[in-house]
Design a protein around this ligand. Structure first.
Ligand code: FAD
Ligand code: MLT
Ligand code: ZN
Length: 470
């Protein structure tokens, strides 16, 4: 029964009811304590939360949803808050849903249970708040590996990665998060719990609710745990950083390596401007004896040492010695990877970035690179453009620093260019709040209508992540 107190404001009443569920110390009301949960990683998105609540179990999540549903208070689910499209933070105050005011942020970080690795099935069940780094470490301790890797591995959580269908550095080899998810446990908007954590590889018993939740960006349910597929741990890994004239040559190298080297698992492109920025931000030496217009990082891994076939393939490409750095041991590999992985933080050191993660048909990447440089200069003259990406997947990250956070002219120009070139407006980060306006460029009216009907069926009051995705 709800205990009303005279003169109580609604936030105090909700706080009291939530405290009964999770304990008062896990209901955060102090504005200074709430602040980091109210702003996203890029600094571009955010708004006030009524409260932040940190449940410890699936039952507590269900009870939190029950309290909010009864009071008509919307919820925003947040994992590691490393998402780059504003989906894990409240909308600005003036855009909060009319009548309901600021949402509650549900932080999943205390859903951090990690079961022992099932070595027979090569699977593991992880709570939504478990970080990617913990999953990777647990897999490695069992002589296995996890198929997805992103630079935000120390903070990004299983729940967030499921909800965004995270991509990352190894999609080329193992696919994105969707391919690793065998089942999900989640709390739906009515407080009911759906759970598919048995890990059955074959299970044709109707709609796949787990896969429906993958990539749903917190709009259909709160993921509380996931059953994840693990892959063989490579015995040997080799990384090469190559200096090249440009994107077309990088694509040619990837094409050759795909054919000639078993275990190609990453092919990442960046450019001279990005390298200079990373070097001055991180204080790193030049990776090669001379500068090149473009750089490709490739990683090959397998049960057998891939370094011989990789060396043969690179020799066959006729790359000069001064264009190649190769690393075999873990510290040397990490040194080469740093030039690519530290782009995100280096870009943010320049200001609040506009981040557009797009995919193009592989064969049009070089054409896109030239066109996007022109489009950005036209839409945001004098801004700084930093391009890099998972070139093996046709995925470019277009980063623009200069225009104010609310000036979306450059976003519009880039996303329309991508659409005109048969690409997708989001390769891996999702739609969030950042790209909602452009979703009709990517999805037909029939698809949008089906998506809206699904949302209405599972969350008729629109409580979960309002203003995200749809
Ligand atoms: P959050 O940011 O907390 O949330 C992201 C979205 O998921 C939000 O919509 C949120 O509401 C929802 N959500 C979170 N948890 C749950 C849950 N339990 N149930 C339901 N919904 C939930 N992404 C890539 O794809 N590839 C990359 O290579 C990559 N590299 C990155 C590198 C850096 C340095 C950074 C900062 C980010 C990078 N990202 C990358 C983006 C980010 O790490 C991923 O989107 C990641 O999946 C987000 O996880 P998170 O736990 O931080 O989620
Ligand atoms: C990456 O590939 O490093 C990420 O997706 C992060 C980014 O786009 O900055
Ligand atoms: Zn990426």
């Amino acid at each position: 029964m709800r205990a009303e107190h005279q003169g109580d404001d609604p936030a105090a009443a909700v706080a009291r009811e939530l405290a009964e569920v999770v304990g008062a110390e896990h209901v955060l009301a102090d504005p200074d304590v709430r602040a980091p949960f109210e702003r996203d990683w890029t600094g571009r998105f955010g708004g006030p939360a009524m409260l932040v609540v940190r449940p410890k179990s699936t039952a507590e999540v269900a009870a939190v949803v029950g309290v909010c549903a009864a009071r008509g208070v919307p919820l925003v689910t947040q994992g590691g808050n490393t998402g780059l499209v504003g989906g894990a933070v409240p909308a600005p105050a003036d855009r909060s849903r009319a009548g309901t005011g600021a949402p509650i942020v549900v932080s999943t970080v205390r859903l951090d249970g990690l079961e022992p690795v099932d070595t027979v099935a090569a699977q593991v069940t992880a709570g939504a708040g478990v970080t990617l780094a913990r999953v990777q470490a647990a897999a490695a301790a069992a002589s296995l590996a996890f198929g997805v890797d992103v630079a935000a591995r120390d903070s990004a959580t299983v729940g967030g990665m499921v909800a965004t269908n995270a991509g990352g550095l190894h999609v080329l080899r193992h696919g994105a998060m969707r391919a690793q998810v065998l089942g999900v446990e989640a709390v739906l908007a009515d407080g009911s719990v759906v759970s598919r954590l048995s890990g059955l590889v074959k299970d044709n018993t109707g709609y796949d609710l787990s896969q429906l939740l993958v990539g749903s960006e917190g709009t259909l349910g709160i993921v509380t745990a996931a059953r994840l597929r693990l892959v063989p741990a490579p015995a040997e890994t080799v990384v090469a950083l190559l200096g090249l004239p440009g994107t077309a040559q990088a694509l040619a190298v990837v094409d050759t390596l795909r054919r000639k080297v078993e275990g190609l698992q990453a092919a990442e492109l960046f450019f001279a401007g990005g390298l200079d920025l990373v070097r001055s931000h991180a204080g790193l030496p030049a990776p090669l004896p001379r500068a090149w217009p473009a750089y490709l990082v490739v990683e090959c891994a397998g049960l057998h040492d891939p370094s011989g076939p990789l060396a043969d393939a690179l020799e066959g490409l006729g790359l000069p010695d001064e264009a190649t750095a190769v690393a075999f041991d873990a510290p040397s590999r990490a040194r080469l990877w740093a030039y690519r992985e530290r782009h995100t933080e280096a870009i943010s050191s320049l200001g609040v970035p506009h981040k557009l993660d797009v995919t193009l048909p592989q064969g049009r990447l070089a054409e896109f690179e030239a066109a996007v440089r022109r489009a950005v200069e036209e839409a945001a003259p004098g801004s700084t453009l930093v391009l890099f990406g998972h070139v093996g997947d046709g995925n470019f990250h277009v980063n623009v620093v200069g225009p104010g956070p609310d000036d979306d002219a450059v976003d519009d120009a880039v996303l329309r260019l991508v659409t005109a070139m048969d690409g997708s407006i989001s390769a891996e980060h999702g739609i969030g709040r950042a790209k909602m306006r452009w979703l009709p460029l990517a999805r037909s009216a029939a698809e949008l209508s089906a998506m809206r009907r699904l949302k209405a069926a599972l969350d008729p009051s629109g409580l979960l992540n309002p203003g995200v995705l749809l």
